[in-house]
Write a protein that binds this ligand. Structure first.
Ligand code: FES
Ligand code: FES
Length: 197
């Protein structure tokens, strides 16, 4: 079985939870900045963001999760532990699942980010098959963990369109659900993978 990574930082030390290697960031070490702006594409929209410490500027200590929620207003990405432990803040960066609470925004210059708000079809506004399967199979309760789980599942299906149950469990092993919706989640991801096959 292939193990998957949710990336935290390139400069990080790996730690292991279950079979999934994860990477712990040195996020607290704020880098020295030479650039004045950074460019991000978020859900297909380009953004040029000024680095600084005024309101609406990107402080070098801001995480990607903070920028998405507080600067860009994309509050679908949730922050729970804010420490790389729960997976709630997972987004896609260049199609890979990353923990946005563990990435500094200034390290994301030039990256393409997809958040839960960008998962539906941008032209038809139709829900992604994963979102529809989660609704159809009631694969959530309070829903707080759901955006992160959906983004991890999206990364999985992009890489492996026909996962086994074990593949799904492995891919989502870094996403915790306090409402214990995991069984329905696995069923929903498998159901979504069958759409269009
Ligand atoms: S909020 Fe990022 S991993 Fe928990
Ligand atoms: S549905 Fe409530 S935390 Fe997962």
């Amino acid at each position: 079985m292939k193990s998957r990574k949710i990336a935290r930082s390139k400069s990080a030390k790996p730690v292991v939870r279950g079979k999934t290697p994860i990477v712990r960031s040195s996020r607290k070490a704020t880098p020295k900045m030479e650039k004045e702006t950074i460019r991000l594409t978020v859900n297909g929209q380009p953004h040029e963001l000024k680095i600084g410490n005024k309101p609406n500027e990107i402080d070098p200590s801001h995480t990607l999760a903070h920028t998405l929620r507080e600067t860009l207003g994309l509050t679908g990405t949730k922050v729970s532990c804010d420490d790389g432990a729960c997976g709630c803040c997972t987004v896609l960066m260049d199609d890979k699942a990353v923990l946005s609470c563990m990435m500094l925004t200034v390290e994301c210059d030039g990256k393409e980010i997809t958040t839960i708000e960008g998962l539906k079809d941008p032209k038809t506004e139709k829900l992604d098959p994963l979102q529809q399967a989660f609704i159809d199979l009631t694969a959530f309760q309070c829903g707080f963990c759901t955006p992160g789980i959906l983004m991890s599942a999206k990364a999985l299906l992009q890489e492996n369109p026909s996962p086994t149950e074990e593949d799904v469990k492995e891919a989502l092993s870094g996403n915790f659900c306090r409402c214990i919706s995991h069984y329905q989640v696995v069923k929903a991801v498998i159901a979504a993978s069958r759409v269009g096959r």
